[in-house]
Design a protein around this ligand. Structure first.
Ligand code: AMP
Ligand code: GLY
Length: 424
């Protein structure tokens, strides 16, 4: 079967690498892909936002299954368009993708379904939001833009002054454009963060092992938030009993509430959780694989992912056995361009990739890379996700950083403490 993967980041490289290993995969296309997917699959020069061109390509190349990586095409309704044309597609419909695309929708759904989450209020005008903050004195809050903002529309505030500034930036100055037309202001939670990803066909839930992301740019969780500077899996921050509790009290009621709302959810349901002293609470939902969580997850997954994806699309996930995992943990270290998450230059030549990839139990997943006259050059902020397996998390970390040391370009940097929370 021919498969089209939509997207061009580290997550899509991991998906292409894993799906290509299935005996039922014939040609695996990635649009637009990167220098890594050009090796493990076939790149197609169409952007992930050009839905008509993607559809046309799929029709002309006998694509029998499309797998959508990023949130933007999902929120734009790519699944609805492909389904209309009878091309099987993995991901939620536009209506179901609201769970990520609108934080107001998500918070209201969680409240209605009694899923534990931070207390909140929503606002559609700046003055009411400012009054609310001023009335609450110095209670720590988090200010969120309602819409998609590439992970940047969330401001965790330490005092009233910061909260006022955040409301003005998002709501009045429109730092994230239309995404800031509505605001969520919620209680600030404390604890360790865990990513629990599950695949669901709307009836059965296929929960993946828990992972932990590292969103702040610098060591010790300092600096500005990024798309994620590294991840590892599994994480001891949540034990098996609590994971089961999350399935029962978070994932199941969410899938159920989506169905009741007429938005049957199919695809990846990714719960970003805060492990608070009162138990796990949902920080947000994403409607796709996490990036970089997908890289260590898929490196450990032994089950044929294509089987799971097809069963999801066909609504027969209940027939699939529970996931089979490599017992060894995996650690992914993101190497980034100088300046990221702010502005950065592109086009730097990357060396040492083959040497790194040749190390045992290492896979270098590409993100912001492209091929140029036989060389691999940087083309994004997050450039590579260097991922390794090890007998322990500490050994996986060691191996990942050994591979990182092989790779060079001008201005390359990474966090040096990925997975340290698990190593203690
Ligand atoms: P989100 O996109 O909603 O997951 O938010 C991005 C990041 O902001 C999360 O990974 C958390 O680190 C932080 N965050 C979001 N909501 C809260 C909250 N209620 N309390 C504390 N931190 C939060
Ligand atoms: N790693 C966070 C995300 O994919 O949203």
């Amino acid at each position: 079967m021919n498969i089209l993967i939509v997207g061009g980041g580290g997550r899509e490289h991991a998906l292409a690498w894993k799906i290509s290993q299935s005996p039922r995969a014939d040609r695996v296309f990635v649009a637009p892909g990167n220098a890594g997917t050009a090796v493990d699959a076939e790149n197609v020069d169409i952007s992930d936002g050009d839905i008509p061109a993607l559809l046309e390509f799929a029709k002309q190349n006998k694509v029998e299954l499309a797998v959508i990586g990023p949130e933007a095409p999902l929120a734009a309704g790519i699944v609805d368009v492909f389904e209309e044309e009878k091309i099987r597609v993995f991901g939620p419909s536009r209506a179901a993708a609201e769970l990520e695309a609108s934080k107001v929708f998500c918070k209201n759904l969680l409240r209605g379904a009694d899923v534990p989450s931070a207390d909140f209020r929503t606002f559609d005008n700046v003055d009411d939001a400012l009054k609310y903050i001023r009335d609450r004195e110095n209670t720590p809050v988090v200010v969120k833009a309602d819409g998609l903002a590439a992970g940047k529309g969330v401001i965790v505030c330490s005092g009233q002054g910061e909260a006022v500034a955040a409301v003005k930036m998002i709501g009045a100055d429109k730092a994230f454009g239309e995404a800031g037309n509505r605001l969520v202001i919620e209680e600030r939670l404390v604890g360790q963060e865990v990513s629990v990803l599950a695949i669901t066909d709307g009836r059965t839930i296929f929960t993946l092992q828990p992972a932990q992301d590292h969103k702040p740019a610098h060591d010790g969780d300092t600096g500005p938030n990024t798309g994620g500077m590294g991840a590892y899996c599994p994480t001891p921050a949540i034990d098996e009993a609590t994971l089961y509790w999350v399935e029962e009290h978070v994932l199941v009621p969410t899938v159920h509430a989506m169905k009741l709302d007429g938005r049957d959810f199919r695809g990846v349901l990714y719960a970003g959780l805060m492990m608070t002293p009162q138990g796990p609470k949902v920080l947000e939902y994403n409607v796709r694989f996490g990036d970089p969580e997908c890289q260590p997850l898929l490196m450990r997954l032994k089950t044929d992912l294509l089987d799971v994806i097809e069963a999801t699309v066909d609504g027969r996930l209940s027939e699939i056995d529970p996931a089979d995992w490599d017992p060894r943990p995996a650690v992914c270290v993101v190497m980034a361009s100088e300046g990221y998450p702010g502005g950065y230059e592109k086009g730097r030549v990357i060396t040492g990739l083959e040497e790194a990839d040749a190390l045992p139990d290492v896979k270098v997943f590409h993100a912001g890379t492209k091929l140029n006259a036989g060389q691999t050059i940087t083309s994004g902020g997050r450039v590579l996700g260097v991922t390794a397996l090890g007998d322990t998390i500490a050994q996986a970390k060691l191996q990942a950083y050994k591979a990182v040391k092989c790779i060079r370009w001008k201005g390359a940097w990474c966090r040096t403490d990925i997975a340290d929370k698990a190593i203690g």
